[in-house]
Ligand binder design. Structure first.
Ligand code: C5P
Length: 312
């Protein structure tokens, strides 16, 4: 049996350049992604038959073939041949439909865990290629740390290690945002601004990615890094979900160094200088909103992607 940690991610930067020319329905992106210490735990137990079964107590996680973790196991089973099946237990800590890549990181953990369980000896490149077949965020979840992500989000360049920086997440338990909805709405509203040709897209990619943000990351400069956070999807999600905007505003009012929505939301994160400030900020937010539906997590940037906790 293998037990793995599957960290969530936040987006420090998400710029939409245009419609991808070669993969219909997807956007060409420039992102900076960051793994955080909030993580699901995934347990994989081998089965003698070739069944794949998912078990998860969270009411919003499907325990059927629609779960990305199931699809990851099926993909690897096809690749591996006759190695038996697996019971997958997901201990859900990352909120669902939150813009934190919870489903993607579970799928990445299944790839890493089954490679070990079935002794497949896949290389990092082979795992990355399988991950990209499952979803745009799955390759990043596999590697974790801090990375520049281009293309669909699966062309990764590792950046300097920001491990230990403090961040607070806030999300209303009952609120979730559909990623396809966020991107489609963005397309409806902003398609006229999209770079249309390969040359235009390349130019924007070179200009984009915010050289200032990359410089401040290289310097591990939290104050200046916070000035260069960006998420284009805020333009469609915040007007549709005013509560998310209120969380963002409150984080700013309580002195967060920087605040932004992650991915397609609705989770909002706040960067702070120290662990103590993170705890303080959580308390301020809880006192201000007095809402049992509001969940807050103090956590940290983390340098790891999927990693083994134990095996037996
Ligand atoms: O790759 P993934 O399955 O996570 O993508 C979910 C949805 O998000 C896609 O169906 C698409 O609507 C949107 N998306 C996009 N461009 C990307 C990544 C995702 O439009 N680069």
């Amino acid at each position: 049996m293998y037990r793995l940690a599957a960290p969530a991610k936040i987006n420090l930067f998400l710029q939409i350049i245009g419609d991808r020319l070669e993969s219909h329905g997807f956007h060409e992106l420039v992102m900076v992604m960051q793994a955080i210490t909030l993580a699901d735990h995934i347990e994989l137990t081998p089965r003698l038959d070739d069944g794949i079964y998912i078990d998860c107590a969270h009411p919003l996680v499907p325990c059927d073939p629609s779960n990305l973790a199931y699809r990851a196991a099926k993909l690897l089973q096809k690749q591996a041949g006759d190695r038996g099946g697996v019971d997958i237990y997901i201990e859900k800590r990352i909120p669902v439909g939150a813009g934190l890549a919870g489903g993607s990181t579970n799928a990445a953990a299944v790839l890493v865990g089954l490679d070990l369980l079935w002794d497949l000896g896949l290389t990092q490149e082979e795992l990355q290629a399988l991950a990209a077949q499952l979803g745009s965020d799955v390759p990043f979840c596999l590697r974790g740390g801090t990375a520049l992500a281009l293309g669909r989000g699966d062309e990764l360049t590792p950046l300097v290690n920001l491990e230990g920086m403090s961040v607070v997440l806030a999300k209303y338990r009952a609120l979730s945002v559909s990623t396809p909805w966020a991107y489609q709405t963005y397309r409806q509203q902003f398609q006229t601004t999209y770079a249309q040709t390969a040359a235009e897209q390349e130019q924007q990619r070179l200009q984009g990615g915010s050289p200032e943000l990359l410089r401040t990351i290289a310097q591990r400069d939290l104050q200046n890094l916070s000035q260069h956070l960006k998420n284009d999807l805020e333009k469609v999600v915040l007007p549709a979900y005013p509560n998310v905007q209120h969380l963002r505003q409150a984080f700013a009012d309580f002195g967060a160094v920087g605040t932004m929505m992650s991915g397609s939301g609705p989770t909002v994160f706040a960067l702070v200088e120290t662990h103590d400030k993170a705890a303080e900020l959580c308390q301020h937010m809880a006192d201000k909103f007095q809402d049992p539906d509001l969940e807050l997590w103090p956590c940290e940037f983390c340098s790891q992607g999927i990693h083994l906790i134990s095996s037996s």
